[in-house]
Design a binder for this molecule. Structure first.
Ligand code: C5P
Length: 216
């Protein structure tokens, strides 16, 4: 599995800030960016729309196999309900397997001739690309992540309740960390970045410093 592209992985729990960091880093370096969570979200959304049962493994694998690039841009992917359903299908080993090759291909052959790829998710540094050139694990205490998610949803005009969001995040953390296959955990060689008390600029600078050092 030789590759010439540079691969950077950014993993972490929901709403830790990894998406913002990953997008910024990819743009800065001219690399392609893949939000791997959108694959699980798209699987869940396809399943929900087809009226399928969210616990039906076969239907979930069919939904994963049928994902088209346009599905990844659907604004509905960001709904809280879809995020919750995504963490259920993501616990199915068969669904993870179905989405693995897509992610590895993206890393190996980034689109549009980019010389590298940035992937963010839960297991991109541990399972998808264990040989990545630089791995980060971004985290923050759950109360701070819930606060950020609350502000984000409120800004989008959604009618949200802070306590419900905190409870949802705790449930998803628990599901993502305790599942048997590819549980959320930092790779042994990942740089741990706790953003609980960091403004985005400082977090970005710390991430860039680490990547620069790794790629030097
Ligand atoms: O990151 P995001 O919240 O969009 O991910 C949605 C769900 O997809 C997560 O709760 C997690 O269960 C799952 N996921 C995963 N592995 C990834 C990315 C996301 O299991 N690499």
């Amino acid at each position: 599995m030789s590759r010439t592209s540079i691969v950077i992985t950014i993993d972490g729990p929901v709403a830790a800030g990894k998406g913002t960091l990953a997008r910024n880093i990819a743009q800065d370096m001219g690399y392609a960016y893949l939000d791997t969570g959108s694959l699980y979200r798209a699987t869940a959304l396809r399943l929900l729309r087809s009226g399928g049962d969210i616990d039906d493994v076969r239907a979930a694998v069919d939904a994963a196999d049928g994902i088209q690039p346009a599905d990844l841009d659907d604004p509905k992917l960001r709904d809280e309900g879809v995020g919750n359903a995504a963490s259920k299908v993501a616990a199915m080993p068969e669904v993870r397997q179905a989405l693995l090759e897509y992610q590895r291909n993206f890393a190996r052959y980034p689109p549009n001739g980019a010389s590298g790829a940035v992937l963010d998710g839960r297991d991109t540094g541990t399972v998808v690309c264990p040989d990545a050139d630089a791995k980060l694990f971004v985290t923050a205490v759950v109360e701070e992540r819930a606060r950020r998610r609350f502000e984000e949803l409120k800004a989008k005009g959604e009618d949200v309740d802070a306590e419900t969001i905190l409870a949802d995040l705790r449930r998803r953390d628990e599901r993502d960390s305790s599942r048997a296959v590819a549980p959320l955990a930092p790779a042994a060689d990942a740089y741990l970045l706790d953003t609980s008390n960091l403004a985005i600029d400082s977090a970005l600078q710390a991430a860039k410093d680490f990547i620069e050092e790794k790629l030097a």
